[in-house]
Design a protein around this ligand. Structure first.
Ligand code: FAD
Length: 367
């Protein structure tokens, strides 16, 4: 029987040596919070477990940048940066479960506040990557305005461990806001979409604008600001929303729970133009959903047998879809119809990993 070796490199040189000296196919593992996302991994010869590759390398509070090893859980980094009043502005649901910086980049994950702060694609300003032949490649650095050379970080964003091993990541930081408020409006999805359009057209500057399938539906609108200015802004927002209460509990915990989904349902991430997303989510007959009415990103739970058809509908609407969870033993395809840029994806893979060593199966059946 074939056995899979687990290697736990603790620094960049050990990762490089592991890639260079281990023959065959390799999988990269972070904290395992998204190990089942995208296509099922084929059998590999070795797993590079990056949990020992953890910790801050350099924090520049004045420049608002930090570099850290790729196996660092973001929540640990958040704790470390908090004493300086800074944070990485990413609020993906699985951060609370211990997701690592490398895993968050490699899965292209994001949360509600990507409406304003963007995704990891926008927050990462530099990376160090070990390529399939053992080459150590560096791109970007601690400078935000930096266009020299290929932007490897953007290439690896959403690559699911198929192009290289991220070892060091440089991130831009934001100040932790003095105060935040979330207004909750009970509304079905179509009504929430109308209200969201009003908010987006006005000068309200929401940080997050999401609908969740809690009860008969809730619109969540978060704003951030100073102790002085926020109460008046909340009031103006209530006027445009025709109501809305400031949440007593934390409605974003409900949001995170619905984004993760329940163990018996398949979970699909959908990206589409915000103008078509609400109708699309209604169309795929989701049992549960969180819908970014400004970001165009929704996460829906549905029976595994409905996944293939949902992929088709999203593709027909010009969107993208990706399986994030498949109940054990269930048959649900990770990907839908191939994207128009498939030839480019294959060419990039061939250039960086010609022998198909990294993450085999993740983009199956496309490549
Ligand atoms: C003197 C000088 C100093 C600078 N210093 C810095 C600096 O220190 N830091 C910094 O971050 N920036 C700096 N810049 C700016 C930086 O050079 C530009 O932001 C960068 O080149 C992009 O410019 P652009 O978008 O106008 O693209 P262009 O300069 O027009 O094009 C850049 C390249 O991309 C190709 N290209 C453009 N658009 C596309 C497309 N849609 N599809 C495919 N290929 C395309 C072009 O053919 C060209 O090869 C400097 C610029 C100058 C002139």
């Amino acid at each position: 029987m074939k056995t899979t070796t687990t290697l736990r490199p603790a620094d960049l040189a050990e990762v490089r040596d592991a890639v260079r000296d281990t023959p065959g196919r390799l999988a990269v593992a972070g904290a395992g919070t998204a190990a089942g996302w995208a296509g099922d991994l084929d059998t590999v010869d070795a797993v590079l477990d990056l949990s020992a590759l953890s910790g801050v390398i350099t924090h520049n509070p004045g420049d608002m940048t930090v570099s850290a090893h790729a196996g660092t859980p973001l929540r640990a980094l958040t704790d470390e940066l908090a004493e300086h009043g800074q944070h990485v502005s990413l609020d993906a649901a699985r951060i609370a479960d211990g997701a690592t910086l490398g895993g968050l980049v490699a899965t292209g994950d994001s949360g509600p506040s990507s409406l304003v702060y963007g995704t990891m694609r926008d927050l990462v300003i530099g990376v160090t990557v070990v390529l399939a032949d053992g080459t150590v490649a560096r791109s970007g650095g601690h400078v935000i305005k930096n266009v020299a050379g290929y932007d490897l970080a953007k290439l690896l964003h959403g690559s699911h461990g198929t192009l290289g091993v991220l070892t060091e990541i440089v991130l831009r930081l934001h100040p932790v806001p003095q105060r935040a408020a979330t207004l909750v409006v009970d509304a079905p999805l179509a009504r929430a979409a109308e209200l969201a359009a009003r908010v987006l057209e006005g000068p309200y500057e929401p940080v997050a604008l999401e609908w969740i399938s809690h009860g008969s539906g809730q619109l969540l609108v978060r704003i951030e600001g100073t102790d002085e200015a926020l109460p008046a802004r909340v009031q103006r927002l209530q006027e445009v929303l025709d109501g809305g209460d400031e949440a007593a509990d934390d409605p974003w915990l409900r949001h995170a729970e619905l984004t993760r989904g329940s163990p018996e349902a398949a979970v699909l991430r959908i990206g589409a133009r915000p103008s078509v997303l609400p109708a699309l989510v209604a169309d795929v007959a989701a049992d549960a959903a969180t819908v970014g009415l400004g970001t165009g990103v929704a996460t829906v739970s549905l029976p595994p047998h409905a996944v293939a058809e949902a992929h088709g509908r999203v593709h027909a609407a010009g969107g993208t879809s990706q399986l994030r969870y498949r109940p054990p033993g269930a048959d649900a395809p990770a990907w839908g119809p191939p994207p128009s840029a498939l030839a480019v994806l294959r060419a990039v893979k061939t250039e960086l990993d010609p022998d198909g060593r990294f993450g085999p199966g993740r983009f199956s059946p496309w490549m």
